[in-house]
Write a protein that binds this ligand. Structure first.
Ligand code: TRP
Length: 343
């Protein structure tokens, strides 16, 4: 809880460039609705902060040449999807030095063996065939804890793979409070709660469980209707439905899972019936599906092209967000230094 009594939401992404539908249904959409939620008094329920984890991206690639372009592409998608910089500061971790400072302090409050047990790290080592892990990569959740707690985030909307990091954040908050009680405040930090969205996992076009850039199975938020159609046309469906009139199994079909998210409940019901009976073929079903997706993306696409033509404006939004973020982060650091008696 901050001084105004509002709950704070903090979330972030690594600057991966243009975003896909999985980012939208798993994160962005939820960020925007929380940002715009208002209570009976007409005031916003939450304060929202959205962070670009550019330092975190160094854990898996030391290449920095296109970090800025990826940041601009990603922020353009955030804005197009409805993140409003007048309501939610948008900022790069690397431009707010307090992240580095708090990261260092937190690094002393957690053991290396605790970080070695992080299942998300283990998955990453396996998926990326990594031979060795850098000291900084091991500390990934420690930097993330600093990201969250510098802004006293109470609620952290994230994908499932990030739950272990929020858990580590909670442990660090507890450890800090116990070790360094503040003379007036008592506890400097509250333990944040993770929030998983309902559609946090959107299947990839290839039928794999997750839509992901590295798997090359994505529909981008910036895809034009014809791109969406061409991609959905090639999507994997029920592999046992070979001819148009074969009865299908919607429950195993990727395209059906997209309908569940992007078509109306009545339409979803009708499609399930007609697929099962064999009345509906995959070609027609995919046409309806891509139209539903493009329909939802249309306003985002329009806003996107507006922002994409004004990259300087996007950069200004970042600079403004970074100013705001620095102010909040420094307030927290003052408390941290007071509690530690190093201020
Ligand atoms: N680790 C997150 C991810 O890869 C990105 C991130 C960095 C983040 N700092 C954060 C998410 C703080 C939530 C809160 O998705």
């Amino acid at each position: 809880m901050n001084t105004m009594g509002k709950r704070r939401i903090l979330s972030g992404m690594r600057p991966t460039g243009k975003l896909h539908l999985g980012h939208y249904t798993g994160a962005l959409e939820n960020w925007v609705s929380r940002q715009n939620e208002s209570g009976a008094d007409g005031k916003r329920v939450f304060e929202t902060y959205f962070l670009i984890a550019d330092y975190h991206s160094l854990t898996t690639s030391l290449e920095t040449a296109d970090i800025f372009d990826c940041t601009i592409d990603m922020v353009t998608d955030w804005l197009a999807a409805g993140v409003d910089p007048d309501k939610s500061p948008i900022f790069r971790q690397s431009q707010v030095k307090q992240h580095t400072e708090l990261f260092l302090i937190y690094a002393m409050l957690i053991t290396a063996s605790r970080l070695e047990r992080n299942p998300t790290l283990k998955d990453q080592i396996r998926d990326l065939n990594m031979e060795a892990v850098s000291y900084g990569h091991l500390g990934y959740p420690v930097l993330q804890a600093a990201d969250i707690l510098l802004y006293k985030g109470n609620i952290v909307p994230v994908g499932e793979d990030q739950l272990p990091h929020v858990e580590i954040t909670r442990e660090i908050a507890r450890r800090f409070n116990k070790q360094y009680p503040h003379p007036e405040l008592g506890d400097v930090f509250e333990e944040p709660e993770p929030k998983i969205t309902k559609f946090s996992r959107l299947a990839g076009l290839d039928g794999k469980t997750k839509m992901s850039k590295s798997l090359g199975n994505t529909i981008l938020l910036s895809d034009q209707p014809e791109d969406v159609f061409n991609k959905v046309r090639k999507a994997i469906t029920d592999t046992q439905k070979i001819r148009k009139n074969d009865p299908g199994r919607p429950e195993v079909c990727t395209v059906f899972s997209y309908h569940c998210r992007f078509s109306s409940p009545d339409k979803v019901e009708e499609i399930a019936q007609d697929c099962k009976s064999g009345a509906l073929g995959c070609v027609e079903c995919k046409k309806v599906c891509s139209a539903a997706i493009s329909g939802e993306l249309a306003p985002i696409l329009a806003k996107r092209s507006d922002y994409a033509s004004r990259p300087d404006m996007v950069k200004d939004i970042l600079l403004r967000g970074e100013e705001q973020a620095r102010r909040v982060a420094e307030e927290t650091m003052l408390e941290v230094r007071e509690a530690m008696k190093i201020g």
